[in-house]
Design a protein around this ligand. Structure first.
Ligand SMILES: [Zn+2]
Length: 360
């Protein structure tokens, strides 16, 4: 049976291993040795994502989480405060996604202890999930046989199941005008900031509809008070759970940039729009949903089927043909210094994972 004390100890130990994106080696070594001691066969792909196998009944199911965290995520000191874990306030907690990793480890340990048989399992711990799902994009899918899976990386309780998520396109633009002295010969200058402002005021931004959003999150430019700004840089994104609407927003963005460019023929505007992940919609009747539902019903919990405005490794797994569904890991306020992990819900996650491993 999943054990709260052991689970919290594991989670606190994992949180204290620094693993900002790109620096996952220590976490990798720790989880690989823990997986081996539980009885899994651990391998790595060429990106050093962790892929571990446990033989058992039936077709394998994938259990996944990611090894990295966002910043500020170094020297994290987790504290137990009532029924929650939190940091001392100077860093994130790293519950995203260490609670997911701890849930999978505890679920496996508890299922193996019960000695009651288990289904075949493939554990996938990715690197560099934050800021672009980089590990998942590099995952060697020839090393994964599972067609269904659970991604332990969602906000909220473990019965919160995310059946749809948006595509994201990243937008960057470099605008080059012409510098000139602002007092002596301003008519010779072309203000890149003014062009950026012109673009910003025309773009469709914010919530476009129920499943579509757009944002320019950063505008940089200019050098000094008395120089017409020659350079400006825009950094933004748009998302939609509908690929059609995503394409429509892209057309509108490109249209605005072209229109403004035609008003400033002497300026140079380099626009780059890149897709970082694809939307998905999983049918509520999918086998992975049924597996999660059976595990929850054994615990007396009802599944809460929902959608998200964010992306996760699940977007990539689903695009590659693995119906891997994100579930909550008991964590709140991802990516903030007030992130918390609700211990009772992390334990429920481990119980759910245990039931999935046991095939019950
Ligand atoms: Zn995460």
């Amino acid at each position: 049976m999943a054990d709260q004390e052991r689970l919290v100890k594991t989670l606190m130990e994992l949180i204290q291993i620094d693993s900002p994106s790109g620096e996952e080696d220590a976490m990798d070594a720790e989880v690989s040795s823990r997986l081996e001691s539980i009885g899994l066969k651990v391998s790595h792909d060429s990106f050093n994502n962790v892929i571990a196998r446990l033989s058992g009944e039936g077709a394998p199911i994938m259990l996944s989480a990611h090894l990295d965290t966002v910043e500020p995520g170094r020297g994290i000191e987790p504290l137990v405060d009532g029924g929650v874990l939190r940091s001392d306030g100077s860093t994130i907690l790293g519950g995203d996604c260490k609670a997911g990793v701890a849930i999978i480890l505890e679920g496996l340990i508890a299922a193996m202890e019960s000695n009651n048989g288990n289904r075949a399992i493939e554990v996938v711990f990715t690197r560099h999930e934050e800021g672009g799902l980089v590990g998942a994009h590099h995952l060697d899918f020839s090393m994964v046989a599972a067609k269904e899976g659970v991604v332990f990386d969602g906000e909220g309780p473990p019965n919160r199941i995310i059946l749809s998520a948006p595509s994201q396109n990243v937008v960057t633009a470099q605008i080059t005008g012409r510098a000139a002295h602002a007092g002596l010969e301003p008519e010779k200058g072309i203000s890149a900031l003014l062009i950026a402002a012109d673009i910003l005021s025309r773009l469709p931004l914010g919530r476009i509809d129920e499943e579509t959003t757009a944002n320019i999150g950063r505008l940089e430019g200019g050098l000094k008070r008395n120089i017409i700004p020659e350079q400006a840089f825009l950094d933004g994104e748009f998302r939609s759970r509908s690929n059609e609407k995503l394409a429509d927003v892209e057309r509108k963005f490109r249209g605005v940039f072209e229109e403004v460019a035609s008003r400033y023929p002497e300026a140079k505007i380099d626009l780059d729009i890149v897709n970082t992940y694809q939307a998905y919609n999983i049918d509520a009747k999918n086998e992975a949903v049924a597996v999660i539902g059976r595990a929850l019903s054994g615990m007396g919990l009802e599944p809460i089927l929902g959608s998200t405005g964010g992306g996760s490794d699940a977007n990539v797994f689903i695009e590659k043909g693995i119906a891997a569904i994100p579930v909550g890991i008991g964590v709140r306020n991802f990516h903030t210094t007030w992130e918390t992990a609700v211990i009772a819900e992390v334990l429920q996650g481990a119980q759910m994972c245990e039931a999935i491993v046991r095939g019950s």
